[in-house]
Design a protein. Sequence first.
Length: 805
Amino acid sequence: MHRGRSIHVRGIVQGVGFRPFIYGLATRYDLGGWVLNNSSGVDIEVYGAVDSINDFVNAIEAEKPPLAVIDNLETVELDTAQPEWALTKHGPAFTIRESEDQPQAFVPISPDVATCDDCLREMLDPHDRRYRYPFTNCTNCGPRFTIIRDVPYDRPLTTMSAFEMCPSCQAEYDDPSNRRFHAQPNACPECGPQLSLSGSPEHPGSFSLRKDLPLLGDAALIETQRLLDEGAVVAVKGLGGYHLACNAADDDVVRLLRERKGRVDKPYAVMATDIDVVRTFAHVSDAEEALLQSRQRPIVLLSKREDYWLSDLTAPGNHMIGVMLPYTPFHHLLLQDEPGQPADRRRHRVYVMTSGNLSEEPIVKDNEEAYTRLSSLADAFLQHDRDIYIHCDDSVVRSFRNETVFIRRARGYAPAPIGLPVEMRPILAVGGELKNTFCLTNGPYAFMSQHIGDMENLETLQAFERTVDHYRSIFRVEPESLACDMHPAYLSTRWAMEQAEKRNLPLIQVQHHHAHIAAVMAEHGLEPGERVIGLALDGTGYGADGTIWGGEILAAGYTGFQRVGRLRPVPLPGGDAAIRRPYRMALSYLWDAGIEWAAEMPPVQAASVEELRILHRQLETGLNATLTSSMGRFFDAISSIAGVRQTISYEAQAAMEFEALVEDGRQNSYDTLSVIHPLKMVDPKSPPSLHSVNPDLQFEIDSRPIVRQVANDVLNGVLPSIIATRFHQTIADVMAVCCRQVRHTTGLNKVALSGGVFQNMRLLGSILDTLQDDGFTVLTHRQLPANDGGLALGQAVVAHYRTLE
Ligand code: ZN
Ligand code: ZN
Ligand code: FE
């Protein structure tokens, strides 16, 4: 019996070889009809034998292309038999129709994808027409998100529209049996983008460049390798922006790059030729290897080998190194030996590949912009003429107990949506301040933006605005309400307030730590009415009482929360100065615990006599010293007291170096008997207003007994590694006591962990073990970072449920 069926597929089904796949299936099952992309997914109509149609539909799910994600597949029976147009004189005809734009609908877009094995093979084959062509790609790999100007995903709406395909490429593009059928960025040396190498207009260094620059094509690439191997810094245009590249084994050039970039200690990521080269300087587990070689190709944080042979300046004072493998054809060529090199002369190439920007500014993506903003940083520029439409930094992940933990979610992952448990209205949540990302929701999807950066300067705000506009347009979402943090000074909050007024939209302000916990809940698909115990441990977040929170125990649902416990607040003397100089935090903690500032204590040594005097007065008077219950600051303070780190040049440096000292197998911790206080025992020194605006507060974690034990260890010459090990276990023990307390009063047994402090894997591990031993169900982030990069999702879901109330 012959019938027709109409099929609509939603998900990541564009730009991933879906239509040729459907074409192939229709041919296999002898069906006539058509397939087309529209802006809400892919539409298919097929005609033929009913059994064949059934097999065809089953095969769509079972055999879909590697990059396709099917969220939804709907079918409708058609009453017509095989129409005329679906037949040729040889049998059924199946065609791929022109894309159709439906302005109201939206469709997920594939992230950029690392070069596939087929393309790599062609590129290394001297007889292939794409031999050593650095922009080789196909429907299974290549640029996507970063070149798309608008949907539907078709070449004229990408930055590849500037290149007209040559007859050979066009033939591949038109041939449904070809791997490059409708591969929008399809290109070859004849017709596609080209490399060029030029000197820096500013000549920042004494590095002597060839006189015959600019060089083009393969000559540019080979000369770039030579420059890098001989100690130059080269600005290199990649997939989502520029990198600054240099030889990672060369102390001098890495130091030079740090000087030019104004980046003192912040770790650099490196790119190595292949996994074997990575193994020569870092430990790689199976899970880490899989991550390194995944098609997302993130930067994976690995622990350095004892015989680490890269420059120590790549990641000073850090036991980890961020490593990635080549993810574009161009990177493969750059890291590989020149052709014809004998195997015994192989070089182990490892290059620093750090974001092309000045500190804290967004990554540079345009050629002109690169010349103006990077010319004082790089000796030469390796560029190409395929425009990057939207910037996208490298993602950073870590493997923890064989699970992926996100530190920065960007290239390879964004803008793939996070699936939501409920249909959401269109909301734009603008995120936080540091590591900003935003979230745009619609229906069952939360589109989390790629990492935008620290919203502390105009450039980042501009990148933010541009990316928001882009998401609204490519996902066809017009937000009906806005969500933001409560911090009045965040640029994101101020922007949201302006927009809300300008567009007359409701604005929902969400408390920072509530948003953190709600984000974990949403990731785990918790039901609307559910509540959890939330451990929100981070550096800085604006509290509902106007103080700075960060060591919070919440009883939280989507619509609201109670702050049932907190870390004892201490003064943050001098605000930001206390964050940049952990010894100030240490002195505050010592003062709070009533411990004399003894001259042999590391934080006392770090401060000048004058500074000690001023600090003491600040602490006594409370002037310019707001209170904070931040767990991040507590870690900073203990790191300083233990003598590990007194001043920092990047966020969380003191805590990270402290974490690195933790040793395996030692379970002993500090005495925590008197650490949890019912609130009535809180020191009367805390302003009473704190209590009146926090009627839910039941208990406080008293840091003083812990600080006293740490100070004793220091004065007794106990090694920092032992202090670090004890302190980590102590915090885990204390958190378990807190959770038991909340379980006792509320009956809740699910604990959600969030906040930047949970990037400390030692602490995360100890808390997980301790809580699980205690029978708690523990929820952690799986798809988003625990730091403020995951905040926007929480803001969006809280706003959604609040507006329903
Ligand atoms: Zn490919
Ligand atoms: Zn071509
Ligand atoms: Fe936070």
